[in-house]
Design a protein around this ligand. Structure first.
Ligand code: ITT
Length: 200
C-alpha cells in the first residue's frame, strides 16, 4: 500500500480540523475537510468504543465520497463517574455539542469530590479508511489530568476549561493551540498517525 496523496478530514467539528491541520502540517499529504463536499452522510455513532465509532465515521464517509478519510472519535473519561461521559461526551447534557451545558453538568456531578479523586483522561482514536471504506489503521492518544473546580480559560473547545494536567497547573483552555498540540490526546494520536502514514 502506498501513502495517499489526499486525505479528507471527516469531522463536523471545526476545532478538530484546526488541531489536525496544525499537527500534520509537515506531512506531504493534501488535507481536505468536509466543507469541500456537498453530500456528506450523517454517521450514527452507535458503537460501544472510541475505536468503533472512529472506524465507523471514517468508513461511511470514505465510501460515500470515494476518498481516503480520517475520522476522530474522542471524549473525556472521568474516574469518579465510572468512566462517564466517555463515548457520550459530545451529548452528556442532552444536546449534541452543547459544551456549556456539558461542563456545567460535569461540575455538578463532581461537586464534593476531593482533589485526589478527580482524576480523568481525554482519549482520542483516529481511524484512516481507504476509498472503498476499509480501515487501514487506527491510532490512539491518551491525555491524563484532573477535573477542575470551575471553568477557566477561553481557548480550545469542549471540556478544555474544566480539565487540567496537574504538572501544568492550568486548564487546557488556558493553553495556546501550539501548547495543546504538544501534549493533548489528539496530538499524541496524530503523532502515531503521522508515523503510520509515512510508513505506508
Ligand atoms: P465529529 O464526530 O464530527 O468528529 P464531535 O464533536 O461530535 O465531531 P465526538 O463525537 O468525537 O466529536 O465527540 C467528542 C466530544 O468529546 C466533544 O464534543 C467534546 O465534548 C469532547 N472532546 C474531545 N476532544 C476534546 C478536546 O480536545 N478538548 C475538549 N473536549 C474534547
Amino acid at each position: 500500500m502506498t501513502m495517499p496523496e489526499t486525505i479528507v478530514i471527516g469531522t463536523g467539528n471545526a476545532h478538530k480540523v484546526v488541531e489536525i491541520r496544525d499537527a500534520l502540517r509537515s506531512v506531504p499529504v493534501k488535507l481536505l475537510d468536509l466543507t469541500a463536499f456537498a453530500d456528506v452522510p450523517e454517521v450514527i455513532e452507535d458503537r460501544d468504543s472510541f475505536a468503533g465509532n472512529a472506524s465507523k465515521k471514517a468508513c461511511e464517509i470514505a465510501q460515500a465520497l470515494g476518498c481516503w478519510v480520517m475520522a476522530d472519535d474522542s471524549g473525556l473519561v472521568v474516574d469518579a463517574l465510572g468512566g462517564a461521559p466517555g463515548i457520550y461526551s459530545a451529548r452528556y447534557a442532552g444536546e449534541h455539542g452543547d459544551y456549556k451545558a456539558n461542563n456545567e453538568k460535569l461540575l455538578r456531578e463532581m461537586a464534593g469530590v476531593p482533589e485526589e479523586k478527580r482524576g480523568a483522561r481525554f482519549v482520542c482514536v483516529i481511524a484512516l479508511a481507504d476509498p472503498v471504506g476499509k480501515v487501514a489503521f487506527t491510532v490512539e492518544g491518551i491525555f491524563e489530568g484532573k477535573i477542575a473546580q470551575k471553568e477557566i480559560g477561553e481557548n480550545g473547545f469542549g471540556y478544555d476549561p474544566v480539565f487540567y494536567p496537574p504538572e501544568q497547573g492550568r486548564t487546557v483552555a488556558e493553553m495556546t493551540l501550539e501548547e495543546k498540540n504538544r501534549v493533548s490526546h489528539r496530538a499524541l494520536a496524530l503523532k502515531a498517525f503521522r508515523k503510520r502514514l509515512l510508513g505506508m
